[in-house]
Design a protein around this ligand. Structure first.
Ligand SMILES: [Zn+2]
Ligand SMILES: [Zn+2]
Length: 332
């Protein structure tokens, strides 16, 4: 019997027929990469294939690599196996990877979210027989409010801080969440003050802006920043001595984890806003239904309960152990 189209090895998801890996976490000759987050785009691969939209950030993070870009939806044959990349809606350039051979189709979700955020290319369902789904937030307790509501809440908080002369500081992952925040807030209309950033955020923002993503003006955070400003900083910078030098601040963390009070407390987080670049419980379920897949493998997150749930829904379901983390969702 021929091996399955995709198999799971200690280096990553592997296609034996096509001899390539998808988002490998150990060095391999040929890597197809869904997006530029560090747990999916890792150094040391012989060759990389990613969407043209994802490549600038991947190159920025990995330095000199042999990499090729592919257009959305373009079919590419690799050793007789056809692959194509389709929007995952997770962060700018992020893709699901479709793999087809002799009429059998598998799709690897990478990370995804189903709500359009106005910045990342919106998620599209891709029909397949087998879907490999992330399930970072694969429990019924995770249900996001609409983005417009989250943005309005953040804007009110910023406005109130500005009125009291306190700098607003948001901890948000430097690639994806940070730019989603600045674009979403700017879309609300006139802002209370300028948007300032830490270098890690500013660098990625400049790259995406140069690619044509619609992002408002930003500048680097300096100690003399006006109190009406909003500073977007990497999560690790919250509570740091460097921020102390910025004077009187209000600090908050932006993450899907903020939806659960117990997690918030355990991680020592105070104020926070719930906004995730991953699908929530209804989003995961809707996405899986939309693929039409009968078999689903789940990776990173609440894999055991989510697999049980899928089996109860009649799916042939399995768990894939991977080297993926949950990026900035994980490290406040
Ligand atoms: Zn990601
Ligand atoms: Zn991930």
């Amino acid at each position: 019997m021929a091996p399955p189209l995709l198999t799971f090895t200690d280096r990553g998801i592997y296609c034996p027929e096509g001899d390539f890996h998808i988002d490998p976490w150990r060095p391999v000759d040929r890597a197809l990469v869904t997006h530029g987050h560090s747990d999916h785009a890792r150094p040391g691969m012989g060759a990389y294939l990613a969407t043209e939209a994802a490549l600038p950030v991947i190159r920025h993070r990995l330095g000199r690599i042999q990499a090729e870009g592919i257009a959305w939806g373009e079919g590419r044959r690799i050793n007789g196996v056809t692959v194509s990349f389709h929007p995952a809606g997770h962060v700018p350039g992020s893709a699901q990877i479709r793999v087809e051979h002799r009429g059998e189709v598998w799709v690897v979700s990478g990370d995804f979210k189903t709500e359009s955020d106005g910045l990342a290319e919106p998620w599209e369902p891709v029909a397949c027989h087998t879907f490999i789904s992330e399930c970072t937030f694969g429990l019924p307790v995770f249900r996001w409010e609409p983005q417009a509501d989250s943005m309005a809440r953040i804007a009110r908080w910023w406005q109130a801080n500005a009125a009291e002369g306190r700098l607003s500081v948001l901890g948000a992952y430097s690639f994806g969440k940070a730019q989603r925040l600045m674009a979403g807030l700017a879309a609300l209309g006139p802002l209370p003050g300028p948007i300032l950033t830490y270098p890690a955020v500013e660098e990625i923002t400049a790259i995406l802006r140069a690619q044509g993503y619609d992002l408002p003006p930003t500048a680097r955070l300096t100690p003399d920043a006006p109190r009406t400003a909003l500073a977007i900083v990497p999560p690790a910078a919250l509570g740091s001595a460097a921020l102390d030098r910025a004077g009187d601040t209000e600090q908050a963390f932006v993450s899907g984890w903020m939806a659960v009070r117990g997690i918030r407390r355990r991680r020592g987080l105070g104020l926070g806003f719930t906004l995730s670049d991953h699908a929530d419980w209804p989003g995961l379920n809707a996405a899986i239904r939309a693929t039409g897949a009968s078999r689903v493998f789940v990776t990173h997150g609440y894999t055991a309960p989510f697999r049980r749930w899928l089996e109860e829904q009649g799916y042939d379901a399995g768990i894939v152990a991977t080297g993926y983390g949950t990026e900035g969702e994980d490290d406040p």
